[in-house]
Design a protein around this ligand. Structure first.
Ligand SMILES: [Zn+2]
Length: 141
């Protein structure tokens, strides 16, 4: 069902529900839609002002969500940096060693080449990319 905000020739606003967008045109053309206030059958679709408000609200929700995601990623990064072992360039070999039980099982972080990461993932070693450092907002402008 599609909801349309409708308006008659006397500017009476009302709503109509239609099975498909073509149904409105069909019913309006045949004079099957009458204004509940004045019974006029000269009906058109109204420009939906509330949709503009809704769009603005949606945009602000998205901004909040983005901020939340950014905060969550920063929290992950902080957690990793404070409680995982930094192994630097040895990340790939150390991750493999832990995975194969040759090294103490613990969380590590460090640098690895794209190829190394690909190989680790292919071998079933659980690795994740580090969330990027928070963007310095001062530098954006
Ligand atoms: Zn009317």
């Amino acid at each position: 069902m599609i909801r349309y905000a409708l308006i008659c020739e006397h500017e009476h606003g009302f709503e109509g529900w239609f099975g498909a967008s073509a149904d409105f045109d069909d019913q309006a053309t045949r004079g099957l839609i009458a204004c509940p206030a004045c019974a006029s059958v000269h009906i058109r679709k109204a420009i939906m002002a509330p949709a503009v408000v809704g769009g603005r609200e949606l945009a602000s929700v998205d901004r909040n969500a983005q901020a939340e995601i950014r905060q969550a990623l920063e929290a992950v990064r902080e957690h990793v940096e404070t409680s995982f072992d930094y192994v630097g360039d040895a990340f790939a070999s150390e991750a493999r060693a832990i995975h194969e039980g040759r090294s103490e099982e613990r969380g590590i972080f460090g640098q690895a080449s794209r190829e190394d990461v690909k190989d680790l993932i292919a071998d079933g070693v659980p690795v994740l990319p580090m969330p990027p450092k928070p963007i310095d907002k001062e530098k954006l402008n």
